[in-house]
Design a binder for this molecule. Structure first.
Ligand code: ADP
Ligand code: MG
Length: 751
């Protein structure tokens, strides 16, 4: 931010003219902005390379432009802008010396007061980079919330600007930018997502320059005219001005609506194009014998639910079609997805390859972890053991085959080479495994069906396309327990047909859920102890690992896995074995710990939400969730699902940190909601899209997530994308759209 002013300060008028006149959307930012190292790094981190990228870095929100206040008039709770001089700058660490903390005092100079109106303390938590920019004696403009502690009022975590008008801001530069007024006269102030090294203010000025230079007028309109008209969306040109420099909130909203639509529209286009491409391949005809299928199901130790039956039929219908299936099976933890996979895999592996009177088609089942792969292997053995169908297991740490030559009831350890040989010649019709399953050297004879459990589906599908050499592609079934709202599903799964397992198997005891206030914590622990004493096991879920989240002040209050495990061992459950698990534990070790938990060598597993992934530990009957209000409802539901598979009564104790009524009301929904989908919708309503387990994991921006809240918009984008592709499958008539989709494919790394 300082640098840009410095640059204007130092540049001659001619230089500025030359730069501005030549600004093109594809130009690298460096060509027009003098960037110091930290800024370059920050822009790279935000994925911003070109002027066009800059235009698409949208304000996170709009602040009312506040008049500066006299310090003497500040009141607790005010959002205020003050100007003054920094003194007593002090950088320390707080809270057990872990959190960087910067303190200072600011004194203003107010004509109305004939000097200083007063002084106020300023405190920054966690923002050493902001502190770095502060110098003793510097004039600053600070915007922040007036907060109060024992020592009186202070400004908490203000955003800070070197005092622009006084320090820099040559009048010439401002006129050249087509801006004779000062920025404080604009009715709305765009506030941008920042990163260490570039401030919101930097973006504000950079965009002002880019717009003044007219670079936005050179970006071609992507959305066909008739669509813009139909949905009353502003043109790209207008929308770029309105989103960055809105005259009023109506314009800003119209622009945001356009970009939200645009994002969902492009995701839809990309997904539907991929779908069309996949569907255009030849696939394997599957023979479905209703009598044999019924006999197969009859041997199950349970009756299929209606939902499971419906799902099987939907998949069978796909098998009967000429095209390869691309279907997503979405169902709560414990809804019985494995059984659906098994029945449909049965139909596949009892089918012959086309024009052959011998042999069989093959099925692959992929899971994200070794433990899950092993669990699937065991489930499949249970359901297939009466049949002459061999099942293989391949993971990073070894290969197995069922049945063993010597014992027809057991699996046996075999070499990778041997396993791969039998997979390649078709002797092993069902192969279950981790990612090891799709490595290049794993070659199937007639792979007709791929089931991906709890997997990021995207990369996998593409890889399968790469791996296949002949023209035939397998039918694909993705399975997930992540409950997401319908609009999000329609968007990110635009290439998949959706089947929901909405029903739970009969006789499943609901988890007894309690929202525990702080004064009842002891009682809850005693209930947990009783379960542990009875031989059961427990999960304790904490919101973070060890260090406080450097970006979020409120993270300070969140319990960490490491500390909580220590505390539980020392103060609460000294008599039990406690182990920790979180995302920084290496996958190998993670599997080992899960295995020990499965083997009951560990009583209490203190973990972050990594244990969300569908590991089945039937003996675990208790889940304790710390800082419960920090999780989404759908996520809480999934965490609770960990103890749902038990035949014993299961319990969930949610400990909220905050006393806020709203978060408690939200948590109460956990007791009442029927399933994860209901909770996902509720989450979307109550918390807003931004909080919805972070759009980033789905490859959607915060703005795109706003669209997700609007079913009509999502459906419109979906329909329009479909119509466009039907009329122009290769997008030859829409080159700018085609280019942008190709671009997105390149830029997104799904794994
Ligand atoms: P998920 O959908 O979470 O993958 P699973 O397929 O692992 O669920 O099934 C969870 C448990 O429920 C398993 O022990 C399975 O045997 C059992 N199960 C599946 N379907 C039924 C059913 N229709 N009736 C009773 N139990 C079932
Ligand atoms: Mg499962």
């Amino acid at each position: 931010m300082r640098e840009i002013f410095d640059m204007w300060g130092r540049m001659s008028v001619k230089e500025i003219m030359r730069y501005n006149g030549a600004m093109l959307p594809d130009d690298e930012l460096e060509k027009h902005f003098r960037l110091v190292k930290t800024q370059k790094a920050a822009l790279a981190r935000l994925g911003l390379k070109t002027i066009c990228d800059l235009f698409y870095h949208f304000p996170a929100r709009y602040g009312e432009v506040l008049p500066t206040k006299n310090i003497a008039e500040l009141k607790k709770g005010d959002e205020a802008v003050i100007r003054g001089r920094i003194s007593k700058l002090e950088k320390t660490k707080a809270w057990r010396k872990k959190i960087p903390l910067t303190r200072a005092v600011v004194e203003d100079a107010s004509p109305a007061y004939g000097g200083a109106s007063g002084t106020i303390r300023v405190v920054w938590f966690h923002q050493p980079y902001l502190a770095e920019m502060m110098k003793e004696g510097m004039l600053v403009e600070l915007r922040g919330k007036v907060t109060e502690d024992k020592k009186g009022l202070y400004l908490a975590n203000p955003t800070s600007e070197a005092h622009a008008r006084q320090a820099h801001g040559g009048a010439g530069a401002r006129t050249l930018l087509g801006d004779s007024a000062t920025d404080t006269e604009a009715p709305l102030e765009s506030i941008y997502p920042e990163s260490r090294g570039v401030t919101s203010r930097w973006f504000f000025y950079a965009l002002k320059r880019a717009l003044a230079a007219g670079a936005h007028k050179k970006i071609p309109e992507y959305i066909p005219d008739d669509i813009l008209k139909k949905y009353h969306l502003p043109s790209l040109r207008a929308a770029l001005v309105w989103i960055h420099q809105p005259k009023n909130i109506r314009d800003a909203e119209a622009a945001r609506k356009r970009f939200a639509f645009e994002e969902v529209f492009f995701i839809q286009l990309a997904r539907q194009k991929a779908r069309r491409a996949y569907k255009a391949n030849k696939t394997f005809p599957i023979r479905i014998n209703p009598k044999e299928t019924a006999d197969f199901i009859k041997r199950f130790p349970f009756e299929l639910t209606h939902s499971q039956r419906d799902s099987v039929h939907a998949i069978f219908d796909d098998f009967r079609a000429e095209e390869p299936m691309t279907r997503l099976l979405e169902g709560d933890v414990g809804s019985g997805k494995t059984a659906v996979a098994a029945v449909t895999a049965y139909a596949v592996v009892t089918s012959r390859p086309e024009n052959q009177t011998f042999g069989n088609l093959q099925a692959a089942v992929m899971a994200p972890t070794e433990i899950l792969a092993k669990q699937h292997f065991e489930s499949f053995i249970e359901l297939f053991s009466h049949l002459p169908i061999q099942i293989g297991l391949i993971t990073g740490s070894g290969c197995y085959k069922f049945p063993s030559k010597v014992n027809s009831l057991k699996a046996t350890n075999i070499s990778r080479t041997q396993l791969l040989k039998w997979v390649a010649n078709g002797e092993i019709p069902i192969l279950i495994g981790t990612h090891a399953l799709i490595q290049k050297h794993v070659v199937f004879k007639d792979l007709a069906y791929v089931v991906i459990d709890e997997q990021h589906r995207f990369g996998t599908m593409q890889r399968f396309k790469l791996v296949r050499k002949d023209a035939r592609v397998p039918h694909l079934l993705s399975m997930t327990a992540t409950p997401i709202p319908r609009t999000l599903a329609l968007t990110i799964y635009g290439d998949l047909d959706l089947t929901l397992l909405t029903e739970m198997p009969k006789g499943r005891k609901p988890v007894i859920t309690e929202i525990v206030p702080p004064n009842r914590r002891k009682d809850a622990y005693e209930k947990v102890r009783a379960e542990l004493k009875a031989g059961r096991q427990a999960y304790v879920i904490c919101p973070r690992i060890d260090e406080p989240d450097p970006e979020k002040e409120r993270a300070l209050l969140a319990k960490s896995v490491t500390e909580e495990a220590k505390r539980l061992k020392q103060d609460v459950f000294p008599e039990f074995e406690i182990e920790i698990l979180h995302s920084k534990v290496k996958p190998k070790e993670r599997d080992l710990i899960m295995q020990k938990f499965l083997d009951r060598q560990i009583d209490i597993l203190v973990a972050t939400s990594v244990i969300e992934v569908g590991v089945n530990v039937p003996n675990a009957t208790v889940v304790v969730i710390e800082g419960a209000e920090r999780f989404g409802l759908a996520q809480l539901h999934q965490l609770r699902g960990r103890v749902l598979r038990s035949t014993h009564q299961a319990y969930c104790y949610a400990f909220p940190n905050a006393r806020g009524g709203a978060s408690l009301a939200r948590l109460r929904a956990l007791k009442d909601a029927k399933n994860g989908f209901e909770l996902a919708e509720l989450d979307l309503k109550l918390r807003g899209a931004g909080e919805l387990s972070g759009g980033k994991q789905w490859g959607i921006s915060d703005l795109g997530m706003e669209a997700i809240q609007n079913l009509k918009m999502v459906e419109a984008a979906r329909e329009e994308a479909g119509a466009l592709l039907r009329g122009d499958p290769a997008l030859t008539a829409h080159p700018s759209i085609g280019a942008r989709i190709a671009d997105a494919d390149e830029n997104v790394h799904w794994e």
